[in-house]
Ligand binder design. Structure first.
Ligand SMILES: Nc1nc2c(c(=O)[nH]1)N[C@H]1C(S)=C(S)[C@@H](COP(=O)(O)O)O[C@H]1N2
Ligand SMILES: [Mo]
Length: 320
């Protein structure tokens, strides 16, 4: 397997991977959790994954989809937040076209029995794909409806056998200023880091997205692998993931780290808790047919019935 790391200082080549980890990685790949299992499912069989807009094989998950009409493919792929490719909404679609998503490796670390560096193929192969139509609510008070294609993050995490000390999961985006022009400026701390509490990460709504509108994710939407947590503000949905780490303590996340009074670690969509500089009570729905219509923002972005119980007894004004 070819090794590659976002941060040259943290390269984990096979020759320094602890032997026990090396063995468990072999077991993971050989044990029906890797290539072998995948062939029978076929989510990626025959898919030229590196090719943008290649069609995916998936099953629609109606039960976990909202009834709202999805935004157009154009809206979803030209109005983006992805500071690695610029801070204007139109920058990512213009600047990310040549971004290389193959070969791609993901490093799994921290409090888990199985750790190491895995190819994207090893990560994806066993997982059947689903389409889920989710609301996306940005912290900047705009929203869209997106037909994502992906698989439950929890199914992936379980393969690495997190230990009882794994209370949080930290995710990192690729750090590669040569390819990501936004990383040449200190607009944010790079690489982009996000995190979830382990129960949030394991929740069935939490999705690892690899596609949208039935096709491989366009680069500007976070190819090859990005997180979607539909009851949280969009910034939790970290793009171009190269590292997943199980941790005992809450990770320092990029936005919460840069302005702790403005962006919380939890970032649950909450119309009752305003951002210090604007109201979160309503949102502007993006889209050619929406004409910037404003609509009320829903608690937990409309997913309260499924997720409010994760926060029982917590003061959501304090843990925003
Ligand atoms: N690496 C990285 N991930 C990121 C961002 C970013 O700037 N860098 N922006 C976030 C924000 S603020 C939002 S709203 C969503 C936007 O996802 P979309 O462009 O697919 O709509 O991506 C999130 N993931
Ligand atoms: Mo956002």
């Amino acid at each position: 397997m070819r090794k590659r790391s976002a941060d040259p200082a943290k390269i984990v080549p096979s020759d320094i991977t602890p032997y026990q980890q090396y063995l468990s990685r072999r077991a993971l790949i050989a044990g029906g959790l890797g290539f072998a299992a995948a062939q029978s499912i076929g989510g990626f069989a025959g898919v030229a994954f590196g090719q943008p807009a290649a069609a995916l094989t998936y099953v629609r998950n109606g039960a976990l989809s909202v009834a709202d009409a999805p935004n157009s493919y154009t809206d979803i792929t030209t109005y983006n937040n992805y500071y690695e490719f610029g801070t204007d909404k139109s920058d990512p679609s213009e600047n990310a076209q040549k971004f290389r998503t193959r070969p791609w490796n993901v490093t799994i670390g921290g409090e888990a029995e199985v750790t190491g560096t895995f190819s994207l193929e090893d990560i994806l192969q066993p997982h059947p794909l689903e389409e889920r139509i989710y609301r996306l609510r940005c912290v900047e008070a705009w929203s869209m409806v997106v037909p994502w294609v992906g698989f439950p993050l929890g199914d992936l995490l379980k393969r690495f056998k997190p230990t009882s000390k794994a209370k949080f999961v930290e995710f990192k985006t690729l750090y590669d200023p040569k390819q990501m022009p936004g990383q040449r400026a200190a607009v944010l701390e790079w690489p982009y880091v996000e995190g979830l509490r382990i129960d949030e990460a394991m929740h069935p709504l939490t999705l690892m997205a690899v596609g949208l509108y039935g096709k491989v994710l366009p680069n500007q939407n976070g190819a090859p692998l990005r997180l979607i947590v539909p009851w949280k503000y969009g910034f939790k949905g970290i793009k171009a993931i190269v590292s997943i780490k199980f941790t005992e303590h809450a990770p320092r996340t990029t936005w919460a780290g840069s302005a702790a009074n403005e962006y919380g670690f939890f970032a649950n969509v909450n119309p009752a808790v305003d951002h210090p500089r604007w109201s979160q009570a309503s949102e502007r729905h993006i889209g050619a047919n929406a004409f910037g219509r404003r609509q009320p923002t829903l608690p937990f972005n409309g997913y309260a019935a499924q997720v409010a119980n994760l926060y029982n007894g917590m003061d959501l004004r304090k843990f925003f």
